[in-house]
Design a protein around this ligand. Sequence first.
Ligand code: AMP
Length: 274
Amino acid sequence: MNIFNDTAALRKELSNKQTIAFVPTMGNLHDGHIALIEHAKQQADYVVVSIFVNRLQFLPNEDFAQYPRTLDNDCKLLSMVGVDTIFAPNEKTLYPEQQDFLLTLPAVADTLEGKFRPGFFCGVATVVLKLFNIVQPQLALFGKKDYQQLHIIRTMVRQLNLPIKIDACKVIRASDGFALSSRNAYLTQTQRTEAGKLYHILQQTKKEINSGCKNFESLQKKAIDYLTQRGWEVDYFTIQNSKTLLPAKTDDESLIALTAAWLGKTRLIDNIEI
Ligand code: AMP
């Protein structure tokens, strides 16, 4: 397995590869990332994983400094899984000068996550486009855990004519349903036990919609009340059209419930397709 920090050496290694599948990550890898990599291995002869904590997608008051960086462990894990190449650039490699050339994103990027984390998707899309240009994969894998991010990346690829297929993998969960996340490292044991309730209320909401409830407002309120009473601080809990990510209408065919909520100082996101 190769580990490159440098763009030129990486490009040289990749120059004669036929089909490259690419999995961008911020590291501190868990089974959610591994599922993407396993999918990549099935689809392509050559798999590249990037590990880069992207400052551009963090607000000044967010957890950029604390974000868990576990490169040695990640490399060991990726070597066991059978990845061909890791790209782990430092900040100067990816941002050798001030990145003032930024993408303008569609309005959906200002909703949901974008409403609470202004500029977040601009940072994500900009780094993903840079990484796509460096790696030039035929296929790239993203998790449905970050459903809005997946939606925005797909829109970017379509509207900017990038010759890259985007595949999505389902949310990988712990046995209590809790969506695996690198930020789980921040949770105390008590919080980790409580964290499973986020998926519980998503499932409950799905069940009610599937049994005919179309009063989305009241379902949203019920979920927010449930979480708030248990000590969560909810940024949003909302039912949207899963294709457009616009607020759900009663005649929409495919829906998704999405939520972001704080447990103490940790912000968790999750969703469930309906
Ligand atoms: P991150 O390292 O958090 O930036 O995530 C890198 C990729 O892994 C993104 O495409 C995420 O959506 C995906 N991912 C993270 N957690 C999970 C999970 N629990 N299940 C599926 N995909 C995930």
